[in-house]
Design a protein around this ligand. Structure first.
Ligand code: G3P
Ligand code: MG
Length: 244
């Protein structure tokens, strides 16, 4: 009843957690050097509809630019420094495009969890476009990349655009209708905030045919407990302490 789960038990959050500037190629590189084999990262659309890596709606926190990412075209975004905010070692690191990151991961046989993180109001547009880009950029890979989102409209659009790509619904709370929400989107997995899960809930999800991911677990003992309860993959910032 449960689908095969080709993904490692540990997934590196935003590339390398907080050890490198999030959602950059430098983070993917550091995650790989720590032995990580799958990375989670956040993707949204530039003003000219290019899928790029960024967590926040605005570029202020993680670059030397300012304003909403959606108001900047790729030619402007690529000039921003997305590393200096983190530390001197990463000065000059750029915002990567989805294309660049997926190529980078493929060259290292790494796997990807693409979190579709739409800018406000762009849920359906982003879900469709990012899923279509993933399907084309990840074609003919042995293991599919995993799409996820907190946005149900985005996942719905992703399902229409690239039905073959597996989907996980992210949830930061325990909705009473969590199962119906996942089933409506034909998800293979549920991706819960680690604070809401317990052993019984994980059993219920598995019994309903859903795999379980949890985010963001940075304590080694807690990760071991969750894995002992049957969690399929743990998303972590602790890429140096939790290995796949
Ligand atoms: O995909 C899991 C996790 O990344 C979701 O939260 O805010 O870190 O994107 P956030
Ligand atoms: Mg994320």
């Amino acid at each position: 009843m449960l689908i095969d789960w080709p993904y490692p038990k540990i997934i590196a959050h935003r590339g390398a957690g907080k050890l490198a500037p999030e959602n950059t190629l430098a983070a993917m590189k550091l995650g790989f050097e720590f032995g990580q084999r799958m990375v989670e990262f956040d993707v949204k659309l530039s003003a000219d509809d290019l899928p790029v890596l960024m967590h926040d709606a605005s570029v202020d926190r993680t670059t030397n630019g300012s304003g909403p990412l959606r108001q900047l075209v790729w030619a402007q975004l690529v000039k921003l420094d997305a590393g200096a905010w983190h530390s001197q070692a990463f000065v000059g690191e750029a915002i990567p495009s989805l294309d660049q990151v997926l190529s980078y991961l493929q060259a290292r046989a790494m796997l990807a969890n693409v979190e579709i993180k739409p800018s406000p109001g762009l849920e359906t547009h982003s879900g469709g476009l990012i899923a279509r880009a993933c399907a084309s950029l990840w074609a003919n890979q042995k293991v599919d990349l995993l799409l996820s989102s907190f946005s149900e409209p985005a996942l719905h659009a992703a399902r229409i655009a690239a039905p073959q790509l597996p989907r996980a619904l992210l949830m930061d709370r325990l909705f009473p209708d969590w199962l119906a929400r996942c089933k409506r989107l034909d998800c293979v997995a549920v991706d819960w905030n680690e604070r809401v899960v317990n052993a019984a809930l994980i059993r219920d999800a598995h019994a309903a045919g859903l795999r379980v991911l949890v985010y963001t677990v940075n304590d080694v003992d807690r990760a071991q407990q969750l894995l002992a309860w049957g969690v399929d993959s743990v998303i972590t910032d602790a890429v140096d302490r939790l290995k796949p």
